[in-house]
Design a protein around this ligand. Structure first.
Ligand code: SF4
Ligand code: SF4
Ligand code: FES
Length: 235
């Protein structure tokens, strides 16, 4: 039988299974580590860096880093919170985010993360204001990558769960955006039933199910009453 791994997160002792990631072990212990590119059901990508923690003083992504017996993990320190705030601010500044008119508002993980991290005003980073084409060709789905945070969740879901490879990255560097494997979304085999289109897959308001926008009234949306991460902390 495999011996358990025992380590500490912010001084709290956590028991894990060998091979688990720090994030998986933290989740099971009811300790929330912020994340955006990671979501249950998809392999971790380790790209957003929001889940960065320090293990024995070294920065790592907790969604990909396996637990180490006897290690000391820092998660909720002032330094790490400042780092996470800057990452989230940069995501806001990289895209076009107008929350009051966005279908995802109240259910959006980026918006909820901003609230959780205490971001309440504009910062020094310049708004890049990208102008990316909106693809409304599909009868049931709209793709607006002006709000994309490049988490890759749609790409991984389409490839590994749906087996369709509908979504992928186009371009490089600052011009990189999510595109589809055809002239437009209507010419792909994307369906509403796909995991890539499911509301829990895109953390922001890029992949929109038509005729569903603003269906949930204010007050009943996912993050109207509890901050993001509460489901883990209250489990
Ligand atoms: S995607 Fe989220 S953060 Fe961006 S405008 Fe919509 S609600 Fe706001
Ligand atoms: S479209 Fe949504 S799920 Fe896909 S990479 Fe952008 S933010 Fe992530
Ligand atoms: S959640 Fe770990 S890098 Fe994005």
């Amino acid at each position: 039988m495999n011996k358990s791994v025992v380590f500490k997160i912010d001084g709290v002792e956590v028991t894990a299974t060998p091979g688990q990631t720090i994030m998986e072990a933290a989740d099971e212990a009811g300790i929330y580590i912020p994340r955006l590119c990671d979501v249950e059901g998809l392999d971790p990508q380790g790209s957003c860096r929001l889940c960065t923690v320090k293990v024995n003083g070294r920065s790592v992504s907790s969604c990909t880093q396996p637990v180490v017996d006897g290690s000391e993990v820092e998660n909720n320190t002032l330094e790490i919170q400042c780092y996470r705030r800057d990452l989230v601010r940069m995501l806001f500044h990289e895209g076009n985010h107008l929350c009051p008119i966005c279908e995802a508002s109240g259910n959006c993980e980026l918006q909820a993360m901003g609230y959780r991290l205490g971001i309440s005003k504009a910062t020094k980073f310049p708004y890049l204001q990208p102008v990316r084409p909106v693809d409304a060709s599909h009868p049931d789905i709209l793709l607006d990558t002006n709000r994309c945070i490049h988490c890759g969740r749609c790409i991984r879901a389409s490839a590994s769960v749906d087996g369709k490879h509908v979504f992928g990255y186009i371009g490089r560097g600052i011009h990189r955006r999510v595109g589809v494997n055809a002239e437009n979304l209507a010419k792909t085999d994307a369906l509403l039933e796909d995991k890539a289109i499911a509301s829990e897959t895109c953390p922001v308001g890029c992949i929109i199910q038509k005729r569903n926008g603003f269906c949930t009234p204010v007050g009943k949306r996912e993050f109207d009453h509890e901050p993001i991460g509460s489901s883990i902390e209250n489990s």
